[in-house]
Design a protein around this ligand. Sequence first.
Ligand code: FAD
Ligand code: DLZ
Ligand code: SF4
Length: 508
Amino acid sequence: MRLGLVLGDQLSFDLASLAALDPARDAVLMAEVEGEARYVPHHPLKIVLIFSAMRHFAQALRERGWQVHYVELDADGNSGSIVGELHRWQHALGATHIHLTECGEWRLEQALHDAALPLVWHRDTRFLCSREAFARWAHERRQLRMEHFYRGMRKRTGLLMEPDGSPAGGAWNFDGENRKPLPRQLRGPFAAHFAQDGITAAVVALVRRRFSDHYGDIDGFDYPVTHAEAHQLWQHFLDFGLAAFGDYQDAMAEGEPYLFHARISAALNIGLLDVRCLCEEVDQAWREGRVPLNAAEGFIRQLIGWREYVHGIYWLRMPEYAGLNHLGNDRALPEFYWTGRTRMRCMEQAIGQTLRLGYAHHIQRLMVTGNFALLAGIVPTAICEWYLAVYMDAFDWVELPNTLGMVMHADGGYLGSKPYCASGRYIQRMSDHCKACSYKVDHVIEDDACPFNALYWHFLIRHRPLLSTNPRLTLVYRSLDGMTASRRDAVWQRGQALLAQLDARQPL
Ligand code: FAD
Ligand code: DLZ
Ligand code: SF4
C-alpha cells in the first residue's frame, strides 16, 4: 500500500497527493506534533485552529471512504515530528511509497528531503502560479515588480478582463479611488461568529494544557474549522464587506479589528477555501453590479497579485533569503511586542488585538508594528519570528517575504522598490488613534513627541548612503536637507534617546 501525508495547512479535498492515491487500498496520515507547534511560539488560537481543522478534515476524509491514521498530540508513541511519524507509520503499515504535496515552509520540506523515506512529491496546485512558472517569469526579467506579475496573472486568468483583452474599466489599478480614511461615523460590519463544537472544545482544552507558555489569549476561539464554515465566513464578506473593501482598505480605527477586511487568510492558507473560486465570485459580483470595480480589483490584486507573488519569491530565493539583513539591523525585539504594554496607542491597539485575536489587517502589520520595527532597526530574524508566531494565518512562505522584504527592506529592495517608512503623520491620517494617545503626533523633539516622528528622520539619516539614491525617496531627502542643522541635530538626539530607551529595555 501507499501512504499519503496531509499536513496541517493542506486541508484541501483536491490536494495533488490525495488525487494520486486510491482510497480503496491506500491510507492517509495526519499527525499533531510538538515540533510543528513549538518551532516558534505559535499563538494558542493558531494551534487550536490547525488541530481542530485537521481533526474535522480527517473526519470528512473518512466519510468520503478514506482510511485515515490520525495521531493526536497526546497519543502514545507520538514521536513529536512529521519525519518521525512518517518513519513510524511507514514501518507499521509496510508502505512502499509516501505521497506528499510541496510544503509551505522550506524548513519542513528540507527535513523531509533529508529523511531516508520513499517520497513521491506532488506540486501544490492550489496556487495559480507554480514555483517553476514563477521562476521562468523571474528569469526573463532584470527587476521583479509585483505590478508586472499581476498584469500577467490577470491576462492568464481572464479575471476582470474585457473580451478584447483590455482590463475592466480601462485600468489595471484603481488605487486612486482607494485608501480613504474612515469617515467619523462609519464602522465595519458586524463580525461573523462560529460556535465551538465538541471537537474544537476538546482541542481548546488540550492547547490550554500543553501550550500555556505561549503568548496570546485562548478564550473565545470563534474561527471556521471546516470548509462549510469557511464558506459562511466568505459569504459574510461578500454580503457585507467587499463593496467598501477598496475605499477603506488602508483605514484603521479604535476598537475595530476587522473593518472591511475579509478575515479569510487563515482559512485560505490551510486549504479551507480555494483562491480560484474566491476570485471568480468577486469577478461575478462586479459583473452583476453588486460591488464597484475599485473594490473587486483591489481585492483580486491581493490574491492573484500579492499572494501569488510572495509565494513565488519565497521559493525562488530560499534558503538564503531568510538570512538577509541589508540595513545591518542589530536591535532586539522590544518586549512590548509580546505583551502590548506600550503608551503608543496605535501599537497598543495593533498588538493588543493581535494577542487577543491572532489577527491584524495589512496596514496595521505594515505601517504600525512593521513600520516601528523598520524605524527602530530590529534584527530581521527576530521580527520575522514574531510575525510567524502571532498571526493565525502565518506560514513562512507568506510571512517571510512580507516581513523581511516588504516591511524590513532587508532584501535591499528585491521585493518592493522602497522601504515603507512613515512618520506618525501617516498613522494620524489613516486612523483615529492619535487622539487617544499620550504622545503628541505633531511634536517631534519634545519629551511627549510621537516616537514615530524622530525615529523616522533618524532612520533616514542613518541609512542615507543606502537610501538617498532611491528615486522614490528623493522628496523625503529633500525635506530632510531643508531642515536647519540645529533642528536636524535635535531630531537625531531625540531618535538616539528613544533607541537608548529600547536598548535599556524600557517600554515606550
Ligand atoms: P484582506 O485585507 O481582506 O485581503 C484579502 C486576502 O488577500 C487575504 O486574506 C490574503 O490572502 C491576501 N493578501 C492581502 N495582502 C497580502 C499580502 N501582502 N501577501 C499575501 N497575501 C495577501 N498574510 C498571510 O496570509 N500570512 C502571513 O503570515 C502574513 N504576514 C504578513 C506580515 C506582514 C509584515 C505584512 C505587512 C503582511 C502580512 N500578510 C500575511 C498579508 C496580509 O496582512 C494578510 O494576508 C491580511 O491581513 C489577512 O487578513 P484578511 O484575510 O482580512 O485580508
Ligand atoms: C502550524 C502547524 C502546527 C501548529 N501544528 C501542526 C501539526 O501538528 N501537524 C501538521 O501536520 N502541521 C502543523 N502545522 C502546520 C505545519 O507547520 C505546516 O504544514 C508547515 O509548516 C508548512 O510546511
Ligand atoms: Fe501612534 Fe504616534 Fe499617533 Fe501615538 S501619536 S497613536 S504613537 S502615531
